[in-house]
Write a protein that binds this ligand. Structure first.
Ligand SMILES: Nc1nc2c(ncn2[C@@H]2O[C@H](COP(=O)(O)OP(=O)(O)OP(=O)(O)O)[C@@H](O)[C@H]2O)c(=O)[nH]1
Ligand SMILES: [Mg+2]
Length: 293
């Protein structure tokens, strides 16, 4: 039996639905999803295994013009996703007109590998708009095959997956067949907490936050976790904690519930807030949090 395997890397503007699509393919919540831009900060692998295939998907941060070092590191993850792709997925959403970075856009239009342009969120569209958008993207990215999808509602997701299998080269598996991702358990703890922070705090707060899980003890019936929520300034610390600690408590309760589902075990989650001045612009700190490859 012929075996197919390869890397399928998903890139596009922030908030278009890249993480939603990867999770739909994998059938697990590997990447956090929120309605805010720059939810994803890392390159996260989601591996789908079959008897005669292995599809290694990469979810990546949305493409932006970096304003500080953290964002520059996020864009390095996007760059790396061009280097090893066997198939490139360029995701756009209904109503969107262009990529926020011309150099990346050129890489897509000059790609030597198959490019699937997925026009997402068509559940929010009508036939007329859809046809007009397909036309627009066909002209802009002539080397791509365009498929209209709804990652949220699962429309055409299976069709895209079949297309990917068709396009993948013959190759043995790259990872063990029972492996689902490249990220360790602590990463999913950090991300789940960060998701709650993106959901419940406004403006700059979520972007100034990083999570560091200092302890992860797995016992037979329970996992004991201690995580630090890092902020850039004292004022942000007060906002995260909230009046009588209520805001922080809500983050803890909601994150714990999600993590119990994810790990299938009871979780004891202890949260602290610490100020780590300007960590977003500090190379050493960024390296510590896994942003330098
Ligand atoms: N209506 C609709 N909403 C969608 C669809 N796919 C994703 N969304 C929503 O779009 C928002 C962003 O989704 P994400 O998957 O986090 O987007 P992303 O591209 O990973 O975003 P970043 O990580 O910030 O770059 C969320 O609120 C999703 O629920 C879709 O097919 N239809
Ligand atoms: Mg994302």
């Amino acid at each position: 039996m012929k075996h197919k395997a390869g890397f399928v890397n998903i890139i596009g503007n922030p908030n278009v639905g890249k993480s939603t699509l990867m999770n739909a393919f994998v059938g697990e919540k590997l990447s956090i999803i929120t309605s805010k831009a720059q939810t994803t900060r890392h390159r996260i692998l989601g591996i789908v295994n079959g008897e005669d295939f292995q599809v290694i998907l990469s979810d990546t941060p949305g493409i932006i013009k970096p304003a500080y070092q953290l964002q520059a590191s996020m864009m390095d993850f996007v760059k790396s996703a061009f280097d090893d792709a066997d198939v490139l997925i360029y995701m756009v959403e209904i109503g969107e007109k262009e990529l926020k970075d011309e150099a990346f856009f050129k890489k897509i239009t000059n790609a030597k590998i198959p490019v699937l342009l997925l026009l997402n969120k068509i559940d929010k569209s009508n036939q007329e708009q859809l046809e007009e958008q397909v036309q627009l993207w066909a002209e802009k990215v002539p080397n791509a095959e365009i498929i209209a999808i709804s990652a949220l509602e699962g429309f055409n997701v299976k069709e895209v997956f079949d297309k990917i299998i068709e396009l993948l080269p013959e190759s043995p598996a790259y990872y063990p067949k029972d492996q689902l991702t490249d990220k360790p358990e602590r990463f999913f703890i950090n991300e789940t907490i960060r998701e709650k922070i993106l959901m419940h705090y406004k403006k700059e707060i979520p972007y100034a936050v990083e999570i560091d899980t200092e302890e992860f003890f797995e016992e037979e019936n329970i996992i004991r976790v201690r995580s630090v929520i890092m902020v850039e300034r004292d004022t942000q610390k007060g906002i995260i904690i909230g009046h009588k600690g209520a805001a922080l408590k809500r983050v803890g309760v909601e994150a714990r519930k999600d993590l119990e589902k994810f790990f299938g075990k009871q979780i004891h989650l202890e949260l602290y807030v610490k100020v780590n001045k300007n960590w977003r612009s500090n190379q050493r700190q960024l390296k510590r949090f896994g942003y330098n490859q």
